[in-house]
Design a protein around this ligand. Sequence first.
Ligand SMILES: Nc1ncnc2c1ncn2[C@@H]1O[C@H](COP(=O)(O)OP(=O)(O)OP(=O)(O)O)[C@@H](O)[C@H]1O
Length: 318
Amino acid sequence: MSEAIINIKNLTKIYDDVPAVEQLSLSINKGEIFGLLGPNGAGKSTTIFMLLGLTEPTSGSIKVCGIDSTKSPLGVKQRVGYLPDDLGFYQNMTGLENLLYTAQLNGISREVAEKRAHHLLNQVGLEDAIHKKTGKYSRGMKQRLGLADVLIKEPEVIILDEPTLGIDPKGVRELLHLIKKLNQEKNLTVLLSSHHLHQVQQVCDRVGIFVKGKLLAKGTLNELALQLFGNDNYVVHVEANPITERLLNEIKELPEVTYVNQITATSIDVFCKKDITPTIAKKFMDDEIELSNISKKNYGLDEIYHRYFEGRESNETA
Ligand SMILES: Nc1ncnc2c1ncn2[C@@H]1O[C@H](COP(=O)(O)OP(=O)(O)OP(=O)(O)O)[C@@H](O)[C@H]1O
């Protein structure tokens, strides 16, 4: 059984009569990478601030590592590393000096801090920039130093708010890879807030989709697809010539098939409950019909995300 390390129940935060977060219930397991996904103003930062005990909820409860964030924010701070989107370092200090300073603020002895800092700087690939002033670091280097900075106190959970903001694609790939690696090596729980769908998709085990303070859906990509598309969870795209009326009817009658969309005379999309690509392919082969393409279409997070927002934004802006 998985062990919940973050437990949020019926959490609500109201600002000036307007809910920023509404009735949020969510539990995140130890060792999981969970993506908080949503557009600007969705309530991601407010949720993070409540998790860290920096903002008091209007109602509901929130526990991190078994500690009540509202009652014991300091206890949470000891166990949770937070990387904000506007992270700042002392520009005139080197990467190493910045890390040692953070360690000192967290009551870590100099000796332990030195060891951890060197190890972490190596891990995040900044070994050549240890003695370089952070004012001369690129945005990507600063984010990597930021990761080392949150890890110096050996937290159980790290919360990353838009960690890839302003980094070039190569830097993004490296950073995401690093996050995954740290998660696997240290069994670290990662909560990652972002509105970059593709990045979240690459690295997160589960995702929660936030819109206007509400968690609309949560789960793995497959679970989200199932919630969203229901029975039509798989789509098999077929191109063949000819697609006869008889074959079309046979496909429609397969128990796994919920709907067949005829796109052109020679192409169809078969919506089904299971991946039955081989069954469909066999039908064409048995009839000796030339099959030029048959492929299962996977729903990506992008599609899922947009499907969730379809119609919602315009309905709710009033
Ligand atoms: N201190 C505050 N006072 C009043 N309203 C606030 C405050 N903080 C946030 N809000 C409002 O709460 C809502 C959620 O904001 P929040 O910053 O949590 O969203 P977000 O998903 O993190 O967005 P972004 O990606 O832009 O940071 C917004 O409507 C915002 O205007």
